[in-house]
Design a binder for this molecule. Structure first.
Ligand code: PHE
Length: 330
């Protein structure tokens, strides 16, 4: 029996222990063979012999169970160790992306107007003369068409020079009251420190009943919006001209670089121009057959806002895709 016990206690894997189990406890195993001898044992010794065998069997079973538990535990530990993942290991394989600063700025602006229940409207980038000019009180041969350098298409269409045509499309498609913004790409033949041939604008238009919308409303919403974007800045409305608004204004904020002292960015004026706006010209309402309404409109360049918010010196940098710039917006 001693050598059987040793076999059990020295089994070094679950596999070899299982083999031993069959050799010991199986139908044709060693114990079965011992029990078979019982019938040849003379009567008076039978009882003691059987008792001895039962004791040995119980002891072997106990040794087997202990060995099994131990080997099983070792096996589990081995698997856990082999399959362990070190979550603290540094990995730079997956570089994280980020929103482009222009899109992030656009989102920030959109958030403001969505909170005020403005809808978001869209229009085609290849426009026709009617929506881009004519309906916006820019008749053919009007000198104000030269305010923007237009890309003309061969078929007579134009790449939209501003998002204002979306005003016309929305007014033709729906009825007042209207509270809308229209974000999107626009195109002009321009290329320098502060201009690129493609850039993004956000247009705003509010149309309500006659006498319901005033310049004071326009001033209030744009002042609040500019404080939301730039914090505690001074704001000034400067009389200006747009064919589709009358009266019109350009809006300046006090220079966020020099706080109004005068610097290179603000050309020593202390002010930065950030948007155009005005009361919708009656001729625009006429073009879309609106009667007895009043409204205001505004438009701004998103890249310009992004430049000012992030102090980017050259607008063209926003379109170069240089990862050294983009990485800073993760
Ligand atoms: N469309 C004008 C531009 O591109 C901006 C503007 C929009 C001005 C609406 C007034 C009202 O410069």
């Amino acid at each position: 029996m001693k050598h059987l016990e040793e076999q059990v206690t020295q089994a070094d894997s679950l596999g070899s222990l299982e083999k031993i189990r069959i050799e010991l406890f199986g139908k044709k195993g060693a114990l079965a063979a011992e029990f078979a001898k019982l019938k040849d044992v003379p009567g008076p010794e039978k009882k003691a012999f059987a008792e001895g065998l039962n004791k040995s069997k119980a002891n072997l079973q106990k040794l087997y169970d202990e060995r099994y538990e131990l080997l099983k535990k070792e096996e589990i530990e081995r698997i856990l160790k082999a399959e362990a993942i070190d979550v603290s290991l540094y990995s730079n394989l997956e570089a994280k992306g980020a929103l482009h600063p222009v899109m992030a700025t656009m989102d920030k602006i959109i958030d403001y107007f969505i909170a005020l229940n403005f809808s978001i409207e869209d229009g085609p980038k290849v426009e026709d003369d009617f929506h881009n000019f004519e309906a916006l009180n820019l008749p053919k041969n009007h000198p104000a068409r030269d305010m923007q350098d237009t890309f003309f298409c061969k078929d007579g269409g134009v790449l939209r020079t501003h998002t204002s045509p979306v005003q016309i499309r929305t007014m033709l498609e729906t009825k007042p009251p209207i509270r809308m913004i229209a974000p999107g790409a626009v195109f002009r033949k321009d290329y320098d420190l502060t201009h690129t041939p493609m850039f993004h604008q956000i247009e705003g238009l509010v149309v309500e009943g006659k006498g319901e919308v005033s310049f004071a409303n326009l001033k209030a919403i744009l002042s609040d919006f500019l404080h939301y974007m730039f914090g505690e800045v001074e704001i000034r409305f400067r009389p200006s001209f747009f064919p589709f608004t009358e009266p019109s204004a350009e809006v300046d904020i006090s220079c966020i670089f020099c706080e109004g002292e005068g610097c290179r960015v603000c050309s020593d004026t202390g002010w930065l121009e950030v948007l155009g706006c005005g009361i919708v010209d009656p001729n625009v309402f006429k073009a879309v057959n609106y009667e007895d309404v009043s409204g205001y409109a505004f438009g701004l360049g998103i890249e310009r806002f992004a430049m000012l918010l992030h102090k980017i010196p050259d607008l063209r940098m926003l379109f170069e895709g240089d990862t050294r710039l983009l990485e800073q917006f993760r």
